[in-house]
Design a protein around this ligand. Sequence first.
Ligand SMILES: [Zn+2]
Length: 395
Amino acid sequence: MKVYINVDHSSVMEHADDKLKTACEKALAEKYGKTVPRQIQERYASELDHIVANGFAPYYILASMLAAKSRELGYLHNLRGCAGGSFIVYLMGISETNPLPPHTYCPTCRRVEFVDAGQYPSGFDLNRRDTERKRCPNCGAALSGDGHDIPAEFFTGYDGGKTPDFDLNVAPEIREDMLRYLGEIFGEDNISFAGTKEMVSCDLLPHAMFSVLKRMEELTGVSASSIKFEDIDIFSFFMDDDFKGLPFDSELVRSISDTVFPTRFSDVTRILGFAHGRNVWTDNGENLAGTVCVPADAIAHRDDVMQTLLRHGIDRKTAFDFAETVRRGEAGTYLTKEREAMLLEHDVPAWYIDSMKKIKYLFPKAHSTEYAMNYLRMIWYKIHYPAAFYGKENI
Ligand SMILES: [Zn+2]
């Protein structure tokens, strides 16, 4: 059951712009140091300007309060939909997904270096279990990788004018506590659970996976957020293990894995995209991945279409419009002869254009990324603490 929380805009959300700015700048300084790299500063400033110009700051504040409350109660949560594509959402601690382009990050001196997104579709792909981590050229500390390369536009709209739609998955047992907390802060009269005008809203959707992760933490003494994804042998797990107790469609994921041969974090994300789209894998990607193209080049998410067209030199607005059309399953009619010729002129391969036309629905990469992290935590517990995991497999 989904709960829509609406909070009276006027009751608490005074100075929301300042609150948002202060919180983000604190997070930026903590993460990237006093001199924030230009590309990161620009992404932040552009998102913030749109939020302030449209009066959307209260939505971000409300969502960040709920995320913080879930953490305070000792539970992980995640975000559904496109919200994880916003850098401000990441800075506010609402999502775990850093949407910046893939980069190495030095946890000691905070040095950032962007890497080739073709080679490393996710920055997490830089952290490999079979290879020692590279050292920071500044200070010699072991580097980590971050950045999932997600454009903000799918969440904010091209011009930033789309009303933010936050949809949080939380453990069912804390939902009442979270509602009580909002009542204490805003006053119960200022909260409603039906669509109402002049209110700021957020959706809370209970998800049992977060109860399971909490129980696994208690049973094993290992905190889920301390798990390193590169410690998981993704290839062996997806090829040889069973998926019992994991909340995804096992048969389809198995069949995609047999073609994709996942080894990296981005492969797991991609599998989720293939599995959740319509006419994305079946009769489409399955005939391309591994034969016509490398699996990483087949379309798994709406973001892939935008990024691919950008890489082919197509302008941002046009690339976004194409991606939106494809994700709605409308590329067949949208791709007039003129538009198709334009893509071909930019060296977009014919097989790619055909693939776009077949798609009926495309999933957002932000959603898959948020889920991939938590699925991999579940997989880690399943591998390392099978007895504890199997005792709690009924989810
Ligand atoms: Zn360093």
